[in-house]
Write a protein that binds this ligand. Sequence first.
Ligand code: FES
Length: 324
Amino acid sequence: MRFSVHYSPARIAAVRDVSPTVRLIEIAPEGGALPWTPGAHLNLSLPIGSGVDTRSYSLVGAPDPHVYRIAVKRDPNGRGGSAYMHDCAVGARLSVSEPHNHFSLSWQASDYVLVAGGIGVTPIHSMALALAKRGEKVRLLQAARTRSELAFANEMQGALGTNARFFVSDEGTRIDAAAEVAAMPADAEIYLCGPLSLVDAFRKAWRAAGRPMSRLRSETFGSSGAFAAEPFRVLVPALGVEIEVPADQSMADALASAGVDVMSDCKRGECGLCTVDILACEGEIDHRDVFLSDSERNEGLRMCACVSRVAGGTISIDTGYTPD
Ligand code: FES
């Protein structure tokens, strides 16, 4: 079950590589593009495998009345969405939702710090351009594994000048979350998007520094867990259901395929709508969301079915779903 999202026909208007693995794709919806704010995302309805599935991508650049722009990193171990988007040629047809924003700027802070790890640069890109355009105090920390993977780095440097700093792990430079947080003004706000490890490092440093969590906003990738994705079994005793979740499918999607509906919205581990109750678990729960707190994760009573997984075992859950 998802909240009602309206899809419109659209076509690919242009494509351009912005790194060896990241492609900028312009999508022209019929009737034009709607306005959106920095941090917004777009859902795409894509034919993947034998069915149709949705993927969510942050909008990059600035709003344009004619096209939406997204940047997609090809993930050879992904679930098919990035491969499909990279294979799409100009003129290809697809369906797009209206833009939604769960990661918006407050426009209330005196200082903004933006942190991007890898393809997490996508929502940060639109934020940086908008803040710089309005003359706000903004600094950027952008990290990638290699220098060529710093997508949009030249554009960011052009907009922010020396307030944009870049970190390349293959060159031995990494973001020191504790040091960066310590150096921020007391009333700074931080917006970060990247792998779970980066988001967790800043959340811990932020909390340890006694800063209000309301001034930290984050997104992460559902694919970044503590363990490699592997198949696991899910039992739903209340419904008499037992399924295998393949390595390339989410628990929520596997349950849906078996006729067990799980409420969802973001499908990125952010909104918490898809949380299910854990009755028992053999194996390690690989929490990949940013919705549950550390203490909730440690309790092991709930998990987000859209992104979180089990490593090496079987889990028994209750979804709260009752068939009609
Ligand atoms: S659908 Fe939003 S956290 Fe799972």
